[in-house]
Design a protein around this ligand. Structure first.
Ligand code: SAJ
Length: 440
């Protein structure tokens, strides 16, 4: 009997009659919903935010990587629907959970979004369902949190009459070369049968599926991916601190090392670590290991170096002004670029916010400019992007380049500014050779 449940579901997945549910319609969930709908599945997107649901129902997209015309076409074809009503899960057979996994103020993982989504799903779980968690989390989450709620407590058995797996999201917002449909997708189940069913489902829509033996392997693979980046960014940030003491140009050192055609991967120093992935995901791992009495020293050290970079930037600004006989206190500063990385409009965890706060705490008069971020809230205040960039550049004692958006006219900024602290080597060799430019 149970084999027929698995076989029936596999048939429904292969002939696209399985009804898909996507819990969470953000930068991961909406592209995934679109990809499954394009593959021929009926997709019900579920999100508690009525604005997201209304936008989709109007045939529009609230996610930069998903064209509005694609949503309009899929909605008109009846392939994509959206609702805030979780009971719609009753009419689904294959569900992906794509909800946020932030940190609490304490620095501990905030699993409330995963737990709430799972509790809602548990109300509607039925035999013959496959459930995939996509949200980045610590190894063991799928087995320790989702399995009891969806399986044991509901009288269901994973791998027999329902199927549960983890598949890490690999969405890099704004990237055009690697997207949801063509980025290889790792999938690991609670049991082998779970891995198989979830892999067959995703293989109907994605180009490359990489089945692994367990949910824990899939959870850990994601954390390795992003911890790798965080630690290597911490390494080059520490290289910057060391080169500063040695009087060596760290940018030239990195460019020279990057000529090595094998066994090296280029990372560059910066004002700190922003985004909703890299600064956060590794801390899920170190938190889990602390509970197992193990200290993830690389993660903790890299995190310490990365979170200290805003202070280091402020010390560079203070020293640069000091060279001109100006105290930081009362100096007018323009922070150039506040998004967490170039050419996007995302402010989450941006080090620019830390730099602005530290500069203001020392009495500097700080304004900012960012073509992607017209205004921001910072420590209870609302700041707006300087309306006239070059006028702002001319009017301040020091320009601090924090995010090197590619659409800035750097030669003009170099020409007009009195003093520049360039934390991204945005000015390149022109900055290296200019007496009014200080680089990390
Ligand atoms: N950063 C540096 N130096 C570097 C690279 C990044 O200071 O050499 C800073 C960035 O300015 C940013 C932060 O680190 O503040 C994170 O940058 P990121 O390039 O890692 O960009 P993210 O946070 O958007 O990372 C995402 C991740 N994607 C997923 O988690 C699905 C990551 O795995 C991708 O590798 C990365 O995009 C990417 O390659 O763009």
């Amino acid at each position: 009997m149970t084999t027929s449940i698995k076989q029936t579901l596999l048939d429904q997945l292969r002939n696209r009659t399985a009804r898909v549910g996507i819990l969470g319609l953000g930068y991961v969930g909406l592209p995934l919903a679109a990809v499954f709908a394009e593959a021929g599945f009926h997709v019900m997107g579920i999100d508690p935010d009525p604005r997201k649901v209304e936008t989709i129902r109007r045939g529009e997209s609230h996610i930069q990587d998903v064209p509005g015309e694609q949503i309009a076409r899929l909605v008109a074809a009846g392939k994509l629907e959206a609702t805030t009503d979780f009971s719609a899960l009753l009419e689904t057979d294959a569900v992906s959970i794509c909800v946020p996994t932030p940190l609490r103020k304490t620095g501990d993982p905030d699993l409330s979004f995963i737990i709430n989504a799972t509790d809602e799903l548990a109300k509607y779980i039925h035999p013959g369902m496959v459930v995939v968690l996509e949200s980045t989390t610590y190894p063991g989450t799928t087995r320790e949190i989702l399995l009891p709620k969806l399986g044991d407590e509901k009288g269901l058995k994973a791998g027999e009459n329902f199927f549960l797996a983890f598949s890490p999201e690999r969405v890099d917002p704004g990237r055009k070369d690697w997207t949801t449909i063509n980025t290889p997708k790792v999938i690991g189940g609670i049991t082998q049968d779970c891995s198989e069913v979830a892999s067959v489902w995703y293989a109907q829509a994605l180009k490359t599926v990489v089945p692994v033996s367990s949910a824990e392997v899939a959870e850990m693979a994601k954390l390795l991916e992003n911890t790798f980046r965080m630690i290597n960014i911490g390494l080059v940030n520490e290289m910057a601190l060391m080169c500063d003491r040695l009087g060596v140009d760290v940018w030239e050192v990195i460019d020279a090392a990057a000529t090595k055609p094998f066994g090296f991967m280029k990372f560059t120093p910066g004002p700190g670590l922003g985004g909703h992935c890299i600064p956060i995901d590794p801390l899920y791992l170190s938190w889990k290991l602390r509970a197992l009495n193990y200290t993830a020293r690389f993660i903790e050290l890299a995190s310490e170096i990365n979170t200290n970079m805003p202070r280091y930037v402020v010390s560079k600004v203070q020293d640069a002004l000091n060279e001109q006989g100006k105290p930081l206190k009362g100096s007018k500063l323009l922070v150039l670029g506040v998004a967490y990385k170039p050419d996007i409009d995302d402010l989450r965890e941006s080090p620019a916010l830390d730099v602005i706060g530290l500069l203001e705490n020392k009495g500097a008069v700080v304004t900012y400019h960012d073509p992607y971020i017209p205004s921001l809230k910072h420590e209870g205040m609302t700041m707006t992007s300087a309306p006239d960039l070059m006028q702002a550049v001319r009017n301040v004692d020091c320009v601090v380049i924090i995010t090197n958006h590619s659409n800035y006219d750097y030669p003009a900024i170099l020409r007009e500014a009195r003093l520049i602290v360039d934390t991204r080597n945005a000015l390149g060799s022109a900055g290296k050779n200019s007496p009014k430019v200080v680089r990390l």
